[in-house]
Design a protein around this ligand. Sequence first.
Ligand code: ACM
Length: 568
Amino acid sequence: MPGPAGPHPAPTPAHGLIPAPRTSWATRPGGGAGYVLDEHTRIEARPGTERVARWLRATVGAATGLPLAPHHPAEGDGGQVVLRLDPDLERRLGAEGHRVVVDGRGAVIEGGSETGVFWGAQTFRQLLGPEVFRRAPVDPARRQWRLPALGVEDAPRFGWRGLMLDVARHFLPKDGVFAYIDLLAAHKLNVLHLHLTDDQGWRLEIRRYPKLTEVGGWRPRTKLGHRASPLWDPRPHGGHYTQDDIREIVAYAAERHITVVPEIDIPGHSGAAIAAYPELGNSDVVDTSSLGVLTTWRTNPNVLSPTDHTLRFYENVLEEVLELFPGTFVHLGGDECPKDQWKASPAAQARIRDLGLADEDELQSWFIRHFGLWLRERGRRLIGWDEILEGGTARSGGLAPGAAVASWRGYAGGIAAARAGHDVVMCPEQQVYFDHRQAAGDDEPAPIGYVRTLEDVYRFEPVPPQLGEDERDRVLGAQANVWTEVMEDRRRVDYQTFPRLAAFAEVVWSALPQPSERDFTEFTGRMTEHYARLDALGVSYRPPSGPHPWQRRPGILGRPLDGAPPIV
Ligand code: ACM
């Protein structure tokens, strides 16, 4: 079989594939025809690929109406679609490496591991055309589905290719979470970070502390638009995932080779927990029993008190979190924790004195380190927003060994963490905060932040140029963050997330490290096919020409920032 250096160089590399593959080649001379899937096509799953075959039959089978029956090697001649592991691919390209080769006889999807085979299956699906992204056949008479005569060999640039969904500010019912897991898989993204708790809601059932969801899981009304908006949605808003919902979500994600990273935000952004259990707050400073779940988007001065009781409470919460989420990383927030209450609190000040700390920043560092060590003792790793670097001194102990930093206030936190020997996930707000508006026009719904277009995202580079060769390896990858203060449902999340997530997927999977070398025009060409896939999937993306009338939110105040975003 001709390889990447074989005799038939591809006339065009991409066939509308997103993210673009590393290498592709034509498998038949003169651009001969590829393989046609029909009712006789069988799938042969070699050992270790059975789950991928199941996924392929469930999705491609449903869209095409073809049986795609299993082929067993004992039946003689091989199946026309063969899935198998290839140790050589793993050696050369890593576990996610894969090769898809289509010729006149069929298709072979090989991977360095089951994960590699799964990404190969995603490429295979894209090659079948946009209609295969539907859930049922549109044309029952259609019996044939053509694949091009193409070989593709591919592997990702980064191991952490993520999306954060803020399901705390507006709850996303689990159907929407499943849809997003499918969307991540279709873009070869592999981390779903769920921001599960905040001042405006607690979304995860904790059996030991039922009031977290009974009280903290809903609010009586919601500010409509951003801070200065005078408008309200008078409806109560709420919802949470039961522990069985989470088990289902985690299993659904695992079948799609996606890790779910839970975030329990401490010691700031904890208003919903304090509303449920007032003893968690600084009750020597304010009457914490009168604090409800926040209905607005202001920064909340009411933060956790750094007492032994609070430490034990969150250890107990995390015991249940660890049971539910098997991934290595647990996100503990650590961002935007105003220190005014700790300054005024005799209990917090006594803690600072007893620990020999200099100030409230060191107290926060000590607090986060406590949980970093606690997770480490249990074989897990803490990840937190870049504020977890603040107050990191010899007195506080700084970050626990193995802790990682999600760099959101620009690149600086990521650079400092990498230089200190900590792993980093890049998600600078100036670049990949998808709550920020995607065009300058007045008709962007509730416009937030800077203008970040599809092209801006396409030119995002996760690795800061300041890092040296050995420090660059600390950058595990990147994630886009979707904060939902002004996104009340899945449609609004879709609008902010797409099409930009397609550009982001290409950045973390395949884009060249030099943004100036990336060919945005060529990417735009492939997007034509990709919009058709998103249409078939039912994604309410922002059209290139601007929002549909029903995607606008006339009269709802946002919080736009002018000028070019500072890149720091
Ligand atoms: C954040 O945006 N506060 C992490």
